[in-house]
Design a binder for this molecule. Structure first.
Ligand code: PLP
Length: 419
């Protein structure tokens, strides 16, 4: 599953003592295991080896260039949702022909940049966006390969904030309107229809929503064929869940077993595109933080640590659970406490009502923080973005330096009337 394990009473990432890294570089920091990331990618990729496929890592889960490069070196592509992510993916050496681009609000500049880069396809989220892409493509003389992102109206049975494939969500084109939209696309001269895309949500722990959604998409593909519209790529999005606490999500192999037969040997010679994010990066990273203070308020205990909601917002935003464990196990009594950050918000917590044994200055590891951790962090309370570190074997490498205060204010300007 991952490579964060106790040796004796000390937590290691692969063969490196986490306490040693903290001593060297200070806290807090994100820590990723090269071995876990690589194994997760290979495991996922191999699961689908029976059919032509491309694994396009969802950049928003963890956009660090070293992480992107690691997956690119394994043959992966990228699923992007902004011009900034395009920039990062290209910087990391992800081949443009393995980049797919979703998102409901692509700007003219972003569309232009993606066309010049020569990405594999745009996953178009509305009729107006389709017309806009056609216009821009015509103007600059580069044909756009497109898929329509179809909203299959399937309940992914996950947290409402990370469900995307229901009618009430802002994503994609309703499936009933999809055929008509494809016919519109057929009439446009600067776009080439190459695929169908869907992505119904994140942290899915059941297989059935994937299967139900794919069946709907394949039915659409069959109907398109009758209209003379031939699709090459079926993009099934991402969304496979991970274990944070006691979830038991299907393994990539089980997902493949359920969906590959719907394509293989059914005269559906499509190339499958997959957009895993969380399942590749989530359990390959942790957040390391130090206990600053402990205090009591009535009967409640608080452990105050040096990482806050600006570093890891998932608990505050989605009431997400992250396991929190000591970096060094001590023979002291466990007590129940809320583990909170230094941010001036009551919503600033990493864990509530946790059984924990720790003292001032101790290090804690917030587990499963490799996806939607660093990528969602901010400078709130004027706190510098923290360092990111990758371990490989016996060595660790800083893959993003901690910001300093100058970095935070560098783009600010004081107008003359205030000088
Ligand atoms: C966020 C996102 C993903 C990745 O989702 P995970 O749950 O991290 O696998 C894939 N595709 C699209 C379009 C997304 O927006």
């Amino acid at each position: 599953m991952h490579d964060f394990n106790y040796k004796d009473k000390e937590l290691y990432c692969e063969d490196v003592s986490i306490a040693k890294i903290a001593e060297d570089i200070g806290t807090p920091f994100y820590l990723y295991s090269q071995k876990t990331l690589t194994n997760h990618f290979k495991n996922f990729d191999e699961a689908f080896s029976a059919i032509p496929h491309i694994v396009c890592f969802a950049v928003k889960a963890n956009p660090n260039i070293s992480v992107l490069k690691l997956f690119a070196n394994e043959g992966g592509g990228a699923d992007i949702v902004s011009g900034g992510e395009l920039f990062r993916a290209l910087k990391a050496g992800v081949p443009a022909e393995k980049i797919v681009y979703a998102g409901v609000g692509k700007t003219n500049n972003e569309i232009r940049a993606a066309l010049y880069a020569g990405i594999l396809m745009f996953n178009v989220e509305s009729s107006e966006e389709l017309i806009r892409i056609d216009e821009i493509s015509g103007r600059i003389g580069i044909k756009a390969r497109i898929a329509l992102r179809v909203n299959p109206d399937i309940d992914p049975k996950t947290h409402p904030y990370i469900s995307t494939g229901l009618k009430k969500n802002k994503f994609g084109i309703p499936i009933e309107e999809a055929l008509e939209s494809y016919q519109t696309a057929m009439r446009l001269t600067n776009v080439e229809i190459v695929g169908i895309h869907k992505h119904i949500g994140s942290q899915l722990t059941e297989i059935s929503p994937f299967v139900d959604a794919l069946k709907r998409i394949l039915r659409l593909a069959d109907n398109l064929k009758k209209e003379g519209i031939n699709i090459k790529y079926i993009d099934v999005g991402g969304g496979l869940g991970i274990t944070y606490k006691d979830e038991e999500p299907p393994a990539p192999k089980e997902l493949a077993k359920a969906i590959v037969p719907l394509i293989k040997g059914k005269k559906r010679d499509y190339t499958l595109i997959l957009e895993p994010g969380r399942v590749l990066a989530g359990n390959a990273g942790i957040l390391v933080t130090r206990v600053l203070y402990q205090k009591k308020s009535g009967r409640k205990n608080f452990v105050i640590v040096d990482a806050g909601m600006n570093d890891l917002i998932r608990p505050s935003l989605y009431s997400a659970y992250h396991n929190i464990i000591p970096v060094r196990k001590k023979p002291i009594k466990k007590f129940k406490a809320d583990i909170v950050g230094p941010i001036c918000e009551s919503g600033d917590f990493l864990g509530k009502n946790r059984e924990i044994a720790c003292e001032q200055e101790d290090l804690l590891a917030v587990m499963s923080a490799g996806a939607y951790g660093s990528s969602m962090s901010s400078n709130y309370n004027s706190r510098p973005l923290i360092a990111e570190v990758m371990v490989k074997g016996r060595d660790y490498h800083i893959i993003r330096k901690r910001q300093d205060y100058e970095d935070i204010i560098i783009k600010e300007e004081v107008p003359s009337f205030l000088r």
